[in-house]
Ligand binder design. Structure first.
Ligand code: FES
Length: 145
């Protein structure tokens, strides 16, 4: 295993445990491997699998695969941006939602589709998407806990 591979493997362990890579873990890995924190950060940012900030309580995966794209996934992204104030890879200020753009979710016949906490919501319209996230926000009582 070369140096980068072993850093990747340590980062994977950290992410599996925390759901993201906290800054102090970057420093710990750097010390353990005898490299600079910038080197570890560089490896972590190179791979899209790693998340460097704490994810929101609810993870929204919005499909941008071909079928969903053709059926206006961009309109859904715009609706989510309007409702939650976040774009791809961002977390809402209240910590309740993280939005990720993904390729095919495997249910193209329902396009456009988003998945929230493992549940697929299909045949979306901008209004429907907003209503779904509002309901989740209400059920979280706006407390983020
Ligand atoms: S392209 Fe979106 S579910 Fe397949």
């Amino acid at each position: 295993m070369n140096e980068n591979e072993s850093i990747v493997s340590l980062l994977q362990e950290v992410q599996a445990k925390n759901g993201y890579i906290p800054k102090d873990e970057i420093y710990r890995i750097a010390a353990e491997k005898g490299v600079s924190p910038a080197k570890v950060t560089g490896v972590a940012t190179f791979y899209s699998q790693f998340r460097l900030s704490k994810p929101g309580k609810n993870l929204i995966l919005l499909c941008k695969g071909t079928a969903c794209h053709v059926n206006s996934a961009d309109g859904i992204a715009a609706a989510l941006k309007e409702e939650l104030g976040i774009g791809g890879g961002e977390t809402s200020a209240d910590g309740l939602f993280t939005l990720e753009f993904v390729a095919c979710l495997g249910c193209c016949s329902l396009s456009p589709v988003m998945m929230i906490n493992g549940v697929a919501y299909g045949s979306l319209t901008p209004e429907k998407a907003k209503r779904i996230v509002r309901e989740i926000r209400d059920s979280n009582d706006g407390k983020g806990a």
